[in-house]
Design a protein. Structure first.
Length: 202
């Protein structure tokens, strides 16, 4: 009969298995880390948990996927937008920041043995894009694999910028401006979207 090693037997936090290498397991957890972190434990030493990717000071670690052998694709919520990073699975060190427009990652599809990652993405200018990213290149690129097109609308004619401001009450707010490309249009149009009035980074 196989022996059982107790790692977690209570509901003090959330634990999501990210990777397994022999006796070592890597977890995404909010244990003592409200904004989440990555930890590693050896089942031969279940009392010893090591932080691989500590909790960020202000960004929320939303997901982590093992990919391309010994790499991690991590997704952070940073200032009301998603950012993607490639990190070393063993050390947690940053390897690459993936170029991503302002928007939201809707889905990530990959396996540890995969060299290609598929990333679902939405934004103010697109209802849906699937990017394909090959991680074997020296500098990984995000290439469009599929895109939902809106008849009569060309998103490349517009740009979205994120703006930080302080209100008269001293509150920190983040909003987005969407304007036409001045090289193609004579009129510049502005739209304002306010996402919050509290300084959630504190």
């Amino acid at each position: 009969m196989l022996p059982f090693v107790k790692l977690i037997d209570n509901f003090d936090a959330q634990y999501h298995v990210v990777a397994n290498d022999g006796d070592e397991f890597t977890f995404l957890t909010n244990r003592n880390a409200p904004k989440n972190k990555l930890v590693r434990v050896d089942i031969k030493k279940p009392e010893l948990w090591t932080d691989i990717l500590p909790e960020h000071e202000r960004d929320v670690l939303e997901s982590a996927d093992a990919v391309n052998g010994n790499q991690l694709l991590v997704c952070y919520m940073s200032d009301v937008k998603h950012i993607l990073q490639i990190r070393d699975l063993v050390t947690g060190n940053l390897l690459h920041k993936l170029p991503l427009e302002i928007g939201s990652v809707s889905e990530i599809s990959c396996r540890r043995e995969d060299m290609d990652v598929f990333i679902g993405f939405t934004s103010f200018l697109s209802p849906g894009i699937i990017y394909r990213c090959n991680l074997t290149s020296a500098i990984p690129e995000m290439k469009i694999f599929r895109e939902i097109s809106v008849p009569g609308f060309d998103r490349t004619n517009f740009e979205v910028k994120q703006v930080h401001a302080i209100t008269v009450l001293g509150c920190h707010i983040i909003f987005y401006t969407k304007n036409t490309n001045e090289t193609k249009y004579f009129v510049k149009m502005w739209f304002l979207t306010v996402f919050g009035f509290s300084d959630f980074r504190q």
